[in-house]
Design a protein around this ligand. Structure first.
Ligand code: MG
Length: 283
């Protein structure tokens, strides 16, 4: 049974008011959330932040292929990763923009060759990471496209990411979701592939403002949503998918899992699994 069969998608029509010069024009757009919707049995998906949990553990390296493999071995529904574009257009998986003082977005891919992650791996390319992701048909990969210095570079990052996702047979809203702190990147994804879950991370826009720009998901930091948990219900009322990052404390995990949120991104997926008991959503 496919993900979509289990969870019929809620398509909503949104009226978008956009300005073009002095004239306003109306357009309609479909938003089709593809994370587990909020009203499907109260189940919540566990998303392993940067691939796995417990970032201080010996031998662990966030955003490594080994960490993704480990998350898959434990049967987690989703795994999150971060990507950048090098100056010679290689997409690489890494959290920080710099490594040993070198700006990943301004250097050539070959300049990253000397560097190793804590577990001895080279910095993964997106191609290598996706090759591991497609090893399990249960993995949903949440790809965070990092902001770049200008719109052209961000356009290029989106283009190459979609190309790589297609090349690895993962071009499906059942397998991949996109998140970003760059509103421009979210806007491009909403235009290029509106059927994919597309969540803006920055936290300053209301669900209605996101929906008006055809951003179909809400994924805000735990501190933002702890201060304004009503945003989750507001997003659900608009048919949006919901996620919260990064929730690591037991009491906060309990709080969010009780709100019917679609997914929780955490460094503590095993703890969340214990708390969710039979309310964990699995593909
Ligand atoms: Mg991230």
């Amino acid at each position: 049974m496919t993900f979509k069969n289990l969870f019929p998608l809620m398509a909503i029509s949104m009226v978008i008011l956009s300005s073009c010069g002095s004239a306003n024009k109306l357009a309609t757009r479909e938003a089709t959330p593809s994370f587990p919707p909020f009203d499907q049995g109260g189940k919540t998906a566990i998303v392993a932040h940067r691939g796995f949990w417990n970032c201080s553990a010996a031998g662990f390296a966030q955003n490594s292929i080994a960490s993704l493999r480990e998350a898959q071995k434990h049967g987690f529904w989703g795994s999150e990763c971060d990507i950048h574009l090098t100056s010679d257009n290689e997409v690489v998986v890494h959290h920080d923009r710099t490594i040993a003082g070198i700006d990943i977005q301004a250097c050539k891919f070959a300049e990253l060759a000397p560097f190793r992650l804590r577990n001895g791996e080279s910095i993964p390319t997106l191609d290598g990471y996706l090759a591991q992701a497609e090893e399990s048909d249960k993995t949903v990969l949440i790809i965070e496209l990092k902001p770049h210095d200008n719109a052209d570079r961000e356009d290029k990052l989106v283009k190459l990411t979609l190309k790589a996702v297609k090349a690895h047979h993962l071009y499906s809203p059942d397998r991949v979701a996109f998140i970003s702190f760059s509103k421009h990147i979210c806007d491009v994804i909403a235009k290029e592939c509106p059927e994919f879950t597309n969540q803006y991370l920055n936290g300053e826009l209301s669900p209605a403002q996101l929906a008006a720009d055809a951003i179909n998901g809400l994924d805000y930091e735990d501190t933002v949503l702890l201060a304004a948990p009503n945003m989750i219900a507001a997003a659900h009322a608009l048919g949006m998918s919901t996620n919260v990052w990064t929730v690591n404390k037991r009491e906060d995990l309990e709080f969010f899992s009780g709100l019917g949120i679609g997914a929780i991104t955490t460094n503590e997926p095993l703890l969340l699994r214990d708390l969710l008991d039979n309310k964990e959503y699995r593909k």
